[in-house]
Design a protein around this ligand. Structure first.
Ligand code: PSU
Ligand code: MN
Length: 304
């Protein structure tokens, strides 16, 4: 497959049945400002290794679905002059055919991960249903991708800019199982608790892995493990609520739609909080990478 390039270390780990964790690139290219973006990418890879798994950062480089990329390739992909696209699952065929550069979203990343044989991925916040979606129909393809791709995703819930209640309902309709990681509350990305309860919680990577292994026998969907940011790392509640209002107003006034909405709202959050939201975003992504790696190790153990 000339359109698929799996890094040697990742390929060897997969062939030997060892733990591999897919990491996305949209957060690096479109989600976090430089130099935080490349720093956090390196920290995620280190966190995955520290937990005994192999990291596979996924993106599209000149039309090649690239599974596992070193820091120099990632740096090139994130170079603003390169105008790397934001690629969801549906975009991959055109990106291959036109030899484009692009960062993959959760939807794009799990599609490539599954194609490459990787069953676990980590991100910051899953995409979801946007506020006002009953008019705009703006619902992230992350949800429908998870409903047809058997990859376990670790995320700190969904970003608080979204309609969290509606997102939880859609995950239910789509048959995507959700459990809190050592919490009974659905996390609110920058905050531990979005105010919504969860039906399931898991206390260990082993139970998360066992649930996924069982689920895969009768369902084609992925599974969401919702890992909240550490208590002492979350954004102050008042700061959060003020920033959220400002970011939503900014997005509405800018007239931006579609896939540009999430990046512009994240950037406004960072500006309004003078970088505090970026700090929280960094902490939660690295924590998710670590939890994903622990789960991937447990998944590998179950299948050996
Ligand atoms: N998590 C973060 N920052 C991000 C994202 C996740 O901390 O930028 C990205 C993911 O790639 C996710 C995307 O798939 O945001 C959702 O974009 P949209 O709402 O356009 O579907
Ligand atoms: Mn959207």
């Amino acid at each position: 497959m000339p359109h698929l390039a799996i890094d040697d270390e990742v390929a060897t780990a997969l062939a030997e049945g060892r733990a591999v964790v897919a990491l996305e690139t949209t957060i690096v290219v479109h989600g976090l400002p430089a130099p935080h973006n490349l720093e956090v990418a390196a920290e995620c890879e280190a966190a995955v290794r520290a937990a005994g798994a192999v990291p596979a950062t996924i993106g599209v480089v000149q039309g090649v679905l690239t599974v596992g990329m070193g820091p120099s390739v990632l740096e090139e992909l994130a170079d603003p002059g390169r105008h790397s696209a934001k690629l969801s699952a549906r975009d991959l065929g055109f990106a291959v055919a036109t030899r484009s550069d692009g960062a993959t979203t959760v939807a794009g990343t799990i599609a490539v991960a599954h194609y490459a044989g990787i069953a676990v991925m980590a991100t910051g916040g899953l995409g979801g249903v946007h506020r006002g979606a009953q008019i705009t129909y703006d619902e992230s393809a992350d949800l429908t991708a998870l409903s047809r791709t058997p990859v376990l995703v670790v995320a700190s819930g969904v970003k608080s800019i979204l309609d969290i209640g509606a997102t939880i309902e859609r995950l239910d309709s789509l048959g995507v199982p959700v459990a809190g990681y050592r919490t009974s509350q659905f996390p609110g990305f920058y905050r531990r608790d979005s105010g919504f309860d969860l039906d399931w919680r898991v206390e260990s990577p082993e139970v998360a892995a066992a649930a996924f292994a069982a689920h895969r026998n009768w369902s084609p969907t992925g599974l969401l493990i919702a890992n909240p940011v550490d208590e002492d790392r979350q954004l102050d509640a008042t700061v959060h609520d003020e920033a959220l209002a400002a970011a939503l107003a900014h997005a509405a006034a800018s007239g931006v739609t579609g896939k540009d909405v999430t990046p512009i709202v994240l950037a406004e959050f960072a500006r309004f909080t003078a970088g505090a939201s970026v700090r929280v975003n960094r902490d939660l992504v690295v924590s998710n990478a670590s939890v994903a790696a622990q789960i991937a190790v447990a998944v590998a153990r179950l299948s050996s």
